[in-house]
Ligand binder design. Structure first.
Ligand code: FAD
Ligand code: NAI
Length: 462
């Protein structure tokens, strides 16, 4: 048994960042993690392994589709799946060991095992009960399932199983055209699988700018992904090697069956808050099973905080990290803050898709007058040189004040380009501020500037 200022439960991007910041602020800190390795969903079975596979499969796509156009002739590489899995695992190991190193460096105790909270101020791990002035729950989320769909993580898989399949399937059916479905669907399509995405709604990536949705779907179709839209999945039936997916089309209620070697269920994730004893402690929850917190990330029980996927808001690693830092600062008596209006979202397909702030739809709902500045990558010299002209940058600015309210990008490097706009929004910048900023030529960033120019007197290159 030991006494701590802070015990963080969970070592995902929310928990480990929080623990490090607590330690940096001079608090005696421990972090409880039940997995074999630190880093949570993100480092072990989420962001990092999926990006490794996206990167590797994108290289193959480039070799197959663009090399010859650039005068690079020769045999395309073939897929050594075992080696690719090894590369993925090395990437995971490098990252998770990195967190272990940071814990040691910052003198954070890793309490190995699953933690529960028998009473405020106490955390039980195994048979040991430790005390802490503050407990921060960062237990993350888990895949949610559908009625009639039994996940076995072999034939019918969640993202976790999909990242470690024994082989590249010939036919993959993805249920859900959200972020996971499209990222992992892209990976397997590029590696040679026939991929069909079955989506309940009529548009992919719900909540995103509709112009981006349409362009994105068109590009993915061109790459070979098939879509069945407006389809409610009824059930899956699996043998040891194959599965059938039954869905009903919402427009006419007709029933259809599609066969696959692998089915990826990607219909969202749910907060993970079981086993802590939160009910007995009287911790308030939202109707969606998230832990309810106040502006300082404290629950209704003094001294118990919660951050990341287990709380409300977007289920994103960087949102969890920001909350981790801010909650640590609150616990240390400082003024931690997160600006929820400026949290970017990125989909790491090719091209990438990125957004921040308001959409035209949310602005219309608010009755706020806005203007749109749009610029196509077709007019960007660097994109032309690199054969990456699909997509556009769209900036939304207040009609009167010109203040930037949102940005939506589909195109090369979108996930990096968006941050220029995030910084501008944090500083309350106008579109003109961006437009007046000199941008190096030739860069993709010039497309952002041109979109900002399009909010005013107009872009130069369109
Ligand atoms: P988690 O990362 O889920 O970590 C929680 C940890 O707590 C886990 O390790 C768990 O074992 C541990 N834990 C839970 N309960 C206990 C307990 N009682 N005792 C001890 N330990 C416990 N987000 C992005 O921003 N970018 C991406 O590119 C991205 N890609 C993703 C790809 C996939 C396939 C998936 C599934 C998710 C992806 N996400 C991505 C989402 C991202 O992984 C999550 O938003 C993020 O991990 C949430 O962080 P967290 O710290 O709240 O929780
Ligand atoms: P999601 O919420 O992004 O998408 C789920 C999709 O499934 C939606 O389009 C929904 O309409 C559809 N759907 C729901 N029920 C259905 C049904 N019965 N039949 C057919 N379609 C159905 O969820 P996803 O992709 O599982 O991702 C979970 C979380 O992980 C997301 O919140 C995301 O933030 C996070 N994540 C983030 C990544 C990133 O930032 N690049 C990458 C991967 C995951």
């Amino acid at each position: 048994m030991a006494n701590y200022d802070v015990i963080v439960i969970g070592s995902g991007p929310g928990g480990y960042v929080c623990a490090i910041r607590c330690a940096q602020l001079g608090l005696k800190t421990a972090c409880v993690e039940g997995r074999e390795t630190l880093g949570g969903t993100c480092l072990n079975v989420g962001c990092i392994p999926s990006k490794a596979l996206l990167h590797a499969s994108h290289q193959l796509h480039e070799a197959e589709h663009n090399f010859a156009k650039m005068g690079l002739k020769g045999k395309s590489p073939s897929v050594d799946w075992k080696q690719m899995q090894g590369y993925k695992q090395e990437t995971i190991d490098g990252n998770t060991k990195g967190i272990e190193f940071l814990f040691k460096k910052n003198k954070i105790d890793w309490l190995k095992g699953w933690g529960s909270i028998p009473a405020a101020g106490q955390v039980k791990v195994g048979d040991e009960v430790h005390t802490a002035k503050n407990i921060i729950i960062a237990s993350g989320s888990e895949p949610s399932s559908l009625p009639g769909v039994d996940v076995d993580e072999k034939v019918v898989v969640t993202s976790t199983g999909a990242l470690s399949l024994n082989k590249v399937p010939k036919k993959l059916v993805v249920i859900g055209a959200g972020v996971i479905g499209l990222e992992l669907g892209s990976v397997y399509q590029r590696l040679g699988a026939e991929v069909t995405v079955v989506e309940f709604l009529d548009a992919i990536t719900p909540g995103m700018d509709p112009e981006v949705q349409k362009t994105f779907q068109r590009i993915l179709k061109k790459q070979g992904l098939k879509f069945v839209m407006g389809a409610a999945v009824q059930k899956t039936e699996a043998t040891k090697t194959k599965a059938k997916v039954t869905y009903k089309l919402r427009k006419d209620d007709s029933e259809h069956v599609i066969e696959a070697d692998t089915v990826l269920v990607a219909t969202g994730r749910k907060p993970y808050s079981d086993g802590f004893g939160l009910e007995a402690l009287g911790v308030e929850m939202t109707p969606r099973g998230q832990i309810k917190v106040g502006v300082d990330w404290q629950t209704n029980v003094p001294g118990i905080y919660a951050i990341g996927d287990v709380t409300e808001g977007p289920m994103l690693a960087h949102k969890a990290e920001d909350e981790g830092m801010a909650a640590a600062e609150q616990v240390a008596g400082k003024h931690g803050h997160v600006n929820y209006g400026v949290i970017p979202g990125v989909i790491y397909t090719w091209p990438e898709v990125a957004n921040v702030g308001e959409t035209e739809e949310t602005l219309k709902e608010q009755g706020r007058a806005y203007k749109v500045g749009k610029f196509m990558f077709m007019g960007n010299g660097r994109a032309k040189a690199n054969l990456m002209t699909d997509g556009f940058v769209k900036i939304l600015a207040d009609k009167e004040t010109d203040r930037i309210l949102g940005c939506h990008i589909i195109g090369p490097g979108a996930g990096d380009l968006i941050h220029e706009v995030c910084v501008a929004m944090e500083f309350g910048a106008s579109a003109e501020d961006l437009a007046l900023t000199c941008h190096a030529h030739p860069t993709y960033s010039e497309a952002v500037r041109e979109a900002a120019l399009a909010c005013g007197d107009g872009p130069i290159h369109s």
